[in-house]
Design a protein around this ligand. Structure first.
Ligand code: GDP
Length: 312
């Protein structure tokens, strides 16, 4: 069964890892958010792309969900000592990725080509696609600081400012990378990983052609909100600040026009009927992924749901 997964960083990468454990590598394509990408220390950083790739390659730090395992911090510590910016953590091994990516981008290569090559080096057999090769940036409109770039909000300000809205710079002209629309068209189903709807998946959905390619597809989302809260990150806080009660229902309603199915956590069973009333098939199961086994189990359950309830 051919699957396309849409993913942000930490939450997305966990389910991607599960799907990779269940599907033949040729059957899984992952389209990753790049609207979080930014420049830091003069380098091009692609946080979500790196999180997904490190996870698939078995190189990721399992505790944090981001960055690399067995990391050392020599450069970071020395940069701080020199008075450089220390609000975004870059370990030595991770730094190599950013240095080499930046060099290749400067030489004229596209992010998708560089990603393909890095994946080959890291032994990743699935297809990992940045959503676009062009510049796209999430701008967060905040009550206290006005409009600020995403990483300024997310890391530097620790998600503290009150969110009023979002804007995705560049999406009017950005095109999906080669192969992304074809992968969607050829897929049996598309899975929205449990990523932040506002700032991880909405940017992907705003790239030209993605929504219309999804229109004829079976699309299932896994809720990143459990019991009204996130496992990690500001998605629930964002819903609240935008005047919406955070819940798995709110996530389903956010995407309802695109979805055919919705997977919510077993703790949220009370929302199942209301989500069903949006016209979606539902499944409530454990969606908390604490171990690699949990990731595989959730992926297996999602694939079973797709097979039995969406395409049967
Ligand atoms: P980011 O770009 O690193 O913030 O990562 P994502 O947008 O991909 O993921 C953030 C979301 O993942 C948060 O809303 C979390 O609630 C969700 N998340 C993290 N771990 C899990 C998990 O084990 N299960 C579920 N259902 N959601 C999770």
């Amino acid at each position: 069964m051919k699957i396309v997964a849409l993913a942000g960083g930490v939450g997305g990468a966990k389910l991607v890892d599960g799907l990779a454990q269940c599907l033949p590598p040729g059957d899984l394509t992952i389209i990753v958010n790049t609207a979080d990408d930014f420049e830091h220390w003069g380098l091009n950083i692609s946080p979500d792309l790196d999180t997904v790739c490190y996870t698939l390659a078995g190189l990721s730090n399992f505790e944090t969900g981001w960055g690399r395992m067995n990391e050392s911090w020599e450069v970071f510590e020395n940069i701080i000592q020199l008075g450089g910016a220390g609000w975004f953590h870059i370990g030595d091994r991770d730094l190599a990725t950013h240095l080499e990516r930046t060099r290749r981008l400067k030489s004229g290569l596209q992010l998708s080509e560089i990603t393909r090559d890095f994946c080959r080096t890291w032994g990743i057999q699935q297809t990992v696609l940045p959503m676009t090769d062009q510049y796209v940036a999430t701008i967060v409109d905040t009550l206290e600081l006005g409009e600020i770039p995403f990483q300024e909000y997310f890391v530097h300000q620790g998600c503290q400012p009150t969110v009023k809205g979002f804007r995705f710079e560049g999406t009017q002209t950005a095109r999906p990378v080669p192969g992304a629309l074809k992968a969607i068209i050829e897929a049996d189903a598309v899975v929205f990983c449990p990523s932040n709807p506002w700032v991880s998946l909405d940017p992907i959905l705003n790239i030209q052609g993605i929504r219309s390619a999804l229109a004829s597809k079976k699309v299932v989302a896994v809720s990143p909100i459990i019991g009204g809260q996130t496992i990690k990150g500001p998605a629930a806080k964002m819903f609240t600040e935008l005047g919406i009660e955070p819940s798995s229902y709110a996530v389903a309603a956010h995407y309802s026009e695109i979805l055919s199915g919705f997977v919510l956590d077993i703790q949220d069973g009370q929302w199942e009927e209301k989500i069903g009333s949006l016209g979606l098939k539902t499944m409530s199961i454990n969606t908390i992924m604490k171990s690699r086994n949990d990731r595989q189990q959730l992926a297996q359950d999602v694939l079973h749901f797709i097979r039995e309830r969406l395409i049967a």
